[in-house]
Ligand binder design. Structure first.
Ligand SMILES: [Fe+2]
Length: 429
């Protein structure tokens, strides 16, 4: 039977029948080229020379003074490419940064952008790219699939091991006037090339390593235990997140295995390049997973907590994760049990519930080893704000829709109470 979908496209069936695990959906979005490995930043002049005559670089003040950054710029210029630099990117990407870059460089002949640094430096490059090419203000593109056409090519180079922004096609912008973070989510934000060089993370400070490591781990957990959506053709055309699927699971399993050993090794010796490489590869896997599966409950609840407490994204997520995992457990016993086996702490012969508990406890042990907080009290959140946080979380429908268990306001309040108290004796199964 033919039906007409919300986008006006006639489809054989708007909602296909649920697939079995073996025939289920798989979907990834990714840069055209991903280059990974120690020292691979030295390929950047060749990559940039092929796509640009005038390169805009977006980074932050810390990165801009490092010898590695200055070497990259010299090498790109030596390859005959004109370089302009915006080195004022701020954490949590304020909208003002996007406006400033577009004002400063919109009239130039910039034909590619290199975003190098943490998540906000790369998110800035991605979102400026589509504003430069499509015109208007970044506000015109808040939401999903609202960008009308491609941007100028973007090259992403991460220098922290966690956000996955080098491969995700979303930029998260803090809009001060609206008092909230908003996403610009479109396949047109996908980078042309991602260059992931673990040597760039060796000088990453311990606090940042902890926050971004916790973030990467949470991405893997939320993608692997997320909702299976069985999207219709029209859903795939209008919504960024298709839910947990066969291809994101491949990346999630690999990422979990890598972080199981590398996070503790990086904490023990921040100069351990092999461990940094594994963490970086895992963060990339996590980025690939969330780019189509999406993040879920912990990310939905963290937004308002970050705004209220001015604490790093990864620490807010870490503090919420024990309670969110326990809340979701009844719907995801098999997946948490598999996590337990991947992390080498679950006996395959034991009951699934035991394996799942072991998996959750191991994730918490990894967060603890990083020095990431496991309760909200440590972050300075006041119980008086729980109601506000719950209301804000339920507005993040793009994320709550990925949570495997339905989240009501009372559910979020209960999660906040357990997370505030650091109550890890709470087992739902
Ligand atoms: Fe995150």
């Amino acid at each position: 039977m033919s039906t007409t979908t919300a986008s006006g496209v006639s489809a054989e069936a708007a909602a296909p029948a649920p697939a079995s695990a073996a025939t289920a959906l798989g979907i990834l979005r990714q840069p055209k080229t991903v280059l990974f490995g120690a020292g691979q930043r030295r390929q950047l002049p060749y990559i940039v020379r092929a796509i640009a005559k005038h390169l805009l670089v977006t980074t932050d003040a810390r990165m801009a003074t490092t010898p590695e950054f200055l070497d990259i710029i010299s090498a790109v210029e030596a390859a005959g490419v004109q370089v302009s630099i915006y080195a004022e990117a701020e954490p949590d990407l304020p909208r003002e940064d996007v406006v400033a870059v577009v004002e400063r460089f919109g009239h130039t002949e910039v034909d590619a952008i290199l975003g190098i640094g943490g998540g906000s430096c790369m998110d800035l490059a991605k979102v400026v790219s589509i504003v430069l090419a499509n015109g208007g203000d970044v506000r015109d593109y808040y939401g999903e699939f609202l960008v009308p056409g491609p941007g100028v090519p973007v090259v992403t180079v991460p220098t922290t091991g966690g956000t996955g922004a080098e491969v995700t096609c979303i930029s998260v912008v803090f809009d001060r006037d609206r008092g909230m973070k908003v996403g610009v989510a479109s396949p047109f934000l996908e980078a042309h090339t991602a260059v992931i060089d673990p040597e760039l993370t060796v000088s990453c400070p311990p606090g940042l390593t902890a926050a971004t490591g916790a973030d990467a781990l949470s991405h893997l957990v939320e993608a692997f235990t997320g909702r299976v959506k069985n999207p219709s053709p029209d859903d795939l055309d209008t919504k960024l997140y298709a839910g947990k699927n066969r291809l994101t699971d491949v990346f999630a399993r690999q990422g979990l295995e890598l972080l199981n050993t590398s996070l503790e090794a990086v904490v023990a010796d921040p100069s351990d390049l092999a461990a940094r490489s594994d963490t970086m590869l895992a963060a990339y896997c996590a980025g690939m997973s969330i780019n189509t599966a999406g993040t879920a409950g912990a990310h939905a609840v963290q937004g308002a907590i970050g705004n209220l407490t001015h604490t790093p994204h990864g620490f807010g997520i870490s503090a919420l994760l024990p309670s969110i995992m326990r809340f979701n457990l009844p719907e995801r016993v098999a997946e948490f049990a598999e996590i337990g086996r991947i992390l080498g702490v679950a006996d395959p012969a034991s009951p699934l519930e035991e394996q799942a508990h072991a998996g959750i406890l191991r994730i918490e042990a990894l967060l603890e080893a990083l020095g990431a907080p496991l309760d909200l009290k440590t972050l300075g959140l006041s119980p008086d704000d729980f109601g506000f946080v719950a209301d804000q979380a339920l507005l993040a429908t793009r994320l709550t829709a990925n949570n495997p268990r339905e989240l009501t306001r009372d559910d979020v309040l209960a999660i906040l109470e357990h997370a505030y108290a650091g109550d890890r004796s709470w087992w739902t199964v």
